[in-house]
Design a protein around this ligand. Structure first.
Ligand code: SAM
Ligand code: SF4
Length: 339
């Protein structure tokens, strides 16, 4: 088991396999997109697999592949298969916008992927198109269907709540009533340079006004459901919730097959329970989402020994801050860090 210098067990690694994406979500990327890293800057799958197998020796048991959009990188299914073969690794999960899941869900399951989290911020086609700057809701819903059809369990739906976009959150609770999905409303986080330079609103700039705290999300959802004769939401006790509970609090409607939850990185941050390291697509180990401190693993993966790679992992563990820095914004955007 790996521990950081604050006594936390670190057993979870998020790996960004690409900084590229087939969408341009307003809270993640600027309208013009970001300049992609060149292929030489991005870790090869072999380099990621080497890093992962060394990280597993240091106590990492769970890996999540993310991006950018991980499914746009060619060869991902075989990458999952090779990661799955690492002795000691318990599970591999994927965070995706689901657009390419109809094509890959079955192959991913057969390659050994355990779970998927799908990012889908609105069930209204117009709002979805606006939030993703051009995405088609039906494509994401087809991806959700594909994930359920091939038997991924649990399937979690990530919904970033942006106040000025007025998403209909009750529609998600109703979906979780009928389908075995676990919806997690996520507070909009101030990540990326747009935070510092953007104008108000949903043009890619985080503002305090657009951040809705988790308690308000749940209260508003309860009210909206009551107005439709549904609810009240009941808290789900740990143990009865979805596998890989993570930092969410979950609720359910009486008789529902799924759940709704909230993740509150800002209003009630969960640093005390943080169990993760991140590996960026360009090979930097990032101990904390909200801190720009990173440790270069790419050079040692290209030129160094396994011992040197271990030393980078140990330095990142030692460098994990106890709590987030008191500031808004990070140098790199979410699509570059991996969420
Ligand atoms: N493209 C994939 C997707 O969207 O699921 C994986 C990468 S994306 C960067 C990972 C997660 O970060 C998504 O669930 C996305 O909604 C979330 N995310 C991106 N920017 C965010 C922000 N500013 N605040 C909160 N969550 C954010
Ligand atoms: Fe792409 Fe995911 Fe960022 Fe949306 S949240 S732009 S799908 S990386």
């Amino acid at each position: 088991m790996a521990h950081d210098s604050h006594g936390r067990t670190i057993d979870y690694l998020r790996i960004s396999v690409t900084d590229r994406c087939n969408l341009r979500c307003v809270y993640c990327m600027p309208p013009e997109g970001v300049e992609w890293k060149s292929w030489e800057d991005i870790l090869t799958f072999e380099e990621i697999e080497r890093f992962a197998s060394i990280a597993v020796k240091h106590g990492i048991g769970k890996i999540r592949l993310t991006g950018g959009e991980p499914l746009v990188r060619k060869g991902l299914v075989d990458h999952v298969r090779r990661l799955k073969a690492i002795t000691g690794l318990e599970s591999i999960a994927l965070t995706t916008n689901a657009i390419l899941l109809p094509k890959y869900a079955e192959q991913l399951r057969d390659a050994g992927l355990s779970r998927v989290n799908i990012s889908l911020d609105s069930l209204d086609a117009d709002v979805y198109e606006k939030m993703t700057r051009g995405g088609r809701l039906q494509d994401a819903l087809d991806g959700l269907d594909a994930a359920l059809a091939v038997g991924f369990k649990p399937v979690k739906l990530n919904v970033v709540v942006v106040r000025s976009l007025e998403q209909d959150l009750a529609a998600f609770a109703k979906l979780a009533n009928e389908r075995p999905i676990h919806v997690r409303f996520i507070e909009y986080m101030p990540v990326g340079e747009a935070v510092a330079v953007g104008a108000r609103g949903h043009q890619g700039a985080w503002t305090e006004a657009d951040h809705m705290p988790a308690d308000e999300i749940i209260e508003g959802l309860d009210r909206a459901l009551a107005a439709q004769g549904l609810g009240p939401l009941e808290a789900v006790h740990k143990g009865d919730g979805p596998e890989g509970w993570g930092p969410a609090r979950y609720f359910t409607l009486p008789g529902a097959v799924g759940t709704v939850g909230v993740i509150s990185p800002l209003s009630r941050h969960f640093c005390g329970e943080c169990n993760r390291l991140r590996l960026t697509a360009d090979g930097r180990v990032r101990p904390c989402l909200f801190s720009d401190t990173e440790f270069d693993a790419r050079n040692v993966l290209r030129e160094g020994t396994d011992q040197e790679v271990s030393e980078v992992i140990l330095a990142a563990l030692a460098g994990k801050p106890e709590a987030p820095e008191q500031r808004r914004g990070t140098t790199r955007r979410m699509s570059q860090i991996g969420g």
